[in-house]
Design a protein. Sequence first.
Length: 222
Amino acid sequence: MVSRRQIVLSVLVSVSVVLAMLFFYNPFNTASNPSRTSFKQVNLSTLNWSGQNEGETVNRQTENSDSVRGMNMPPFSRYSLSTGLQEAAKKLGGKPLIPTLLPDGMTYSDVYIGPVVDICFSYNKTEDPTTVDIVIEISRPYIIPSLEEQKNAVSNLTGVRMIQAGDIWVSIADRYYHDPATGLSWAEGYFFHESFYYAMSIKYPLTNQDLTTIIGSMKTPS
C-alpha cells in the first residue's frame, strides 16, 4: 500500500520539477521588478470571451510546435467565463477560486476544460490560448501536502520561495520562464487551496508583485 508520505512526496517532487524547469531558459531575475500595474475590481459579467460556440474544441498547440511549454497537450473545450465556471465545478467536483482583482484594461476571459481546468484572462481577444496574459491552471491532486511539507520542499530549491498572498501561501519563482515555442516570458506561482492545486502564469511585463496581488484577491464565486 502506498503511504501518505509517499504520495505527498510524489506531489511535491512533481511541483518541484516544474519549478526547477523555470530556470532552464531565462537567466533574467526580472520577475521581482516593482509593479507599475493598476488593478480594478472584477465585474465578471462584463468580461468578453474569445470563442464562437460554447464547448467548441480547441487544439492547444501552436502552429510551429507540437507542445505547449514542453508538454504535449490534448484538445480542450473552450467556454465563456460564466458557463466555464459551471463546467469547471463539474470537472473538479467543487468551485475553484477566481480573482476579484485584475489589471486595469483586461477585458477578455475564457475557460478551457480538458485534463485540467484553465481559466484565462487577457487584454485582447485571442484565438491562441498560449498567448493570453493570465492562465490559472487548476487540478485536483490525490492529496494536499501540509504547509510545513510545502515549505520544506521549497527550501531545497534555488530561486523559489514561499510567500503569503492574503490567506494563501504561494511557491513563487524569482525568474521568468521563457517559452521558446512562443517567445513569451511568464512569471509563475503555485499553491494548494482546500481540494485543489493551482498553477498561475502571468505574461511579461506583469511581475511577481502583480501575481501575488491577483492570488491574494482570489475567492470562490458565489
